[in-house]
Design a protein around this ligand. Structure first.
Ligand code: PRX
Length: 572
């Protein structure tokens, strides 16, 4: 299927010579920006914070923070000291050493970043957890990673099944009046007293940095491990794609529980010495526009769902705010509709630039650059140093305008290092001839632009968040009334997709709206709010293969009124 392109508009910022750079670029050039390229001994936290604290940027604001009750700012020098202190606290009271998994489960706040970067300074692997996770989701991740240390808040502690996690030795509590008791340590009290200098652990470029759990179509979430070497690509793409310049005030709206919130909410901006705005609290159009006005945001990175919600709030609210500082807007996570790009042109007088990548890829791969003509609806072109193609199911490269698997030639710097405890899963991402298979279907047009078509598997993207149907189904099955459950993504004009569950009830249960709500709340409270089905439909029986696997494609066909296709594997 060919999507008709709208007229392109020329930009005028960075990466002017895309085609030329693409032909000649070598990652070795970027590596030379870092002193460690000679020695191989590196630490991300040093490069992101300390390096600037020891330079002309020492008194530059690194972090602006605001939520409903706090408003603070920190210079690079202050962040260096606070992350040193945090490192000392984690070491002294949690015995954190190189390679240990330190998980952080708390709302977006300066302390999140102190703890994360402090742990990285010790050579530990950081596992950020989205604050909306409930007990089941928290347990799966801490268990699989065998986390030794957790940093959390008093409010979230009840969702951590501490007794069921034998590897978890120390829990740092970020709050006031914390009762210390063996395992439980008052993070803020010790942060205040801790020394502000720290011996950084210099690690190998391929040592573990961060572990992001993400969902596939089967099984539990998998731990995608990224290593310090990824900084080469974080840094280069922060320049080429985010186009970060010395004077910029940058705001990434993603939570650090997801990869966008770390690669481009923490590493990318700080590696380039940029002032980074971090906002806690809830989404509202007023709060968001106010953020841009208040901090004078110049570069803004968000997601299609958010843009669609802002679009839905109408253009009147925009007129209340001065948004004239904005100069570059970007999007990630789901297809960016041409309609949203047209709206962005109208109300902000800027084109919104789509970027494509994944948790597994660690950083941008296919993007629209400020200097590039945009074909609305297209994700853009691969960054220099990255080879992308459309391949068939055997890994053969297809010609332009043919739909197939979006694949990337193995070997870009920020590629995941492994799947935690699951090398076989990691291996399954690659064709023997070296192509990494993304799980997305797409085509490339004759000008080399890539066009997203959908997921090959059943993974659901709802409001920019990736949800595995299997995890939701597993949770649904724990509800006493549920006999069978099948979960699909249902197209939604604002959220991209919403989660819809088909449920067959146990004998003795009656269908009712109350029961639907009860089941919904069960998933919300036991697993995660963003993964709770917005729609539930009762059916007497669900379509299954003879081996008992729920046939989600049949559910999808029911939902969308499409032909159900081949049913030869379905049970009677
Ligand atoms: O399906 C693609 C979609 O998000 C998936 C990756 O999800 P996640 O690992 O959670 O990372 C999201 C942010 C990096 C992809 O396989 N996706 C991501 N960006 C785009 C996209 N779909 C369409 N257009 C995009 N720009």
């Amino acid at each position: 299927m060919k999507v008709e392109a709208l007229p392109a508009i020329k930009g005028n910022y960075n990466l002017q010579d895309y085609e030329e750079t693409y032909k000649t670029f070598d990652w070795k050039e970027t590596e030379k920006s870092f002193s460690w390229s000679e020695t191989g001994k590196v630490n991300m936290a040093y490069e992101a914070i300390d390096r600037h604290a020891e330079s002309f940027r020492k008194n530059k604001i690194a972090l602006y923070y605001r939520n409903d009750s706090r408003k603070e700012k920190y210079t690079f020098k202050e962040l260096k000291e606070l992350t040193n202190k945090a490192g000392n606290v984690l070491k002294s009271y949690g015995d954190v050493e190189k390679g240990d998994r330190v998980f952080i489960f708390m709302p977006r706040s300066p302390e999140f970043y102190f703890a994360a970067l402090g742990a990285i300074k010790l050579g530990a692997i950081v596992g950020p957890l989205f604050e909306a996770f409930m007990e089941g989701a928290v347990k799966d991740r801490l268990e699989d990673s065998e986390a030794k240390v957790l940093v959390t808040t008093p409010d979230l502690l009840y969702r951590v099944p501490v007794d069921q996690l034998p590897a978890l030795k120390t829990i740092f509590i970020v709050g006031t009046d914390v009762e210390e008791d063996g395992k439980y340590v008052d993070f803020l009290k010790h942060l205040e007293d801790a020394p502000s200098s720290l011996d950084i652990e210099w690690v190998d470029r391929n040592d573990g940095l961060i572990l992001h759990y993400t969902s596939g179509s089967t099984g539990k979430p998998k731990g995608v491990l990224h290593v310090h070497n990824a900084m080469i690509q974080h840094y280069q793409t922060a320049k080429w794609v985010l186009d970060l310049q010395e004077e910029d005030i940058y705001w990434c709206t993603a939570d650090p529980g997801w990869v966008t919130g770390t690669s481009y909410g923490m590493f990318g901006p700080w590696l380039t010495g940029t002032s980074n705005v971090i906002i806690g609290g809830r989404f509202s159009p007023d709060a968001w526009y106010k953020t841009i006005e208040e901090f004078g945001v110049t570069v803004w990175y968000s997601a299609p769902t958010s843009f669609r919600m802002l679009m839905g709030a109408g253009d009147e609210v925009i007129k209340k705010y001065n948004l004239s500082t904005l100069r570059h807007i970007l999007s990630v996570g789901e297809p960016l509709n041409p309609e949203v790009i047209r709206w962005g042109r109208k109300v902000f007088n800027h084109r919104i630039h789509d970027t494509w990548w994944m948790t597994e890829t660690g950083a941008h791969l296919i993007c629209n650059y400020p200097s590039m003509e945009i074909k609305p609806g297209s994700m853009g072109k691969p960054i220099p140093g990255v080879e992308a193609a459309i391949v068939d199911d055997q890994g053969n490269v297809l010609p332009p305008n043919r739909m197939g698997n979006l694949a990337i030639k193995r070997g870009w710097p920020s590629m995941m290092h492994t799947i935690w405890n699951n090398q076989a899963k990691y291996d399954s991402y690659f064709f023997p001839n070296g192509w990494y298979v993304s799980g997305d279907s797409a085509y490339m047009d004759e000008d080399g632009y890539f066009w997203f078509q959908g997921r090959v598997d059943d993974v659901i993207m709802t409001a920019g968040e990736r949800v595995g149907p299997f995890e939701v189904e597993s949770k649904l099955l724990e509800h006493p009334a549920v006999a069978e459950a099948g979960v699909i993504g249902k197209p939604d004009p604002v959220r991209g997709e919403i989660i819809k569950a088909f449920v067959a009830l146990m004998d003795g249960y009656e269908e009712s709206d109350e029961l639907k709500e009860d089941i919904r709340q069960f998933v919300k409270k036991g697993f995660a709010a963003h993964a709770a089905p917005r729609e539930i439909e009762f059916r007497d029986k669900l379509p299954k293969t003879r081996s008992g696997k729920i046939m989600r494609r049949v559910l999808k066909a029911w939902e969308l009124d499409l032909p159900v296709g081949d049913l030869s594997t379905m049970e009677d």
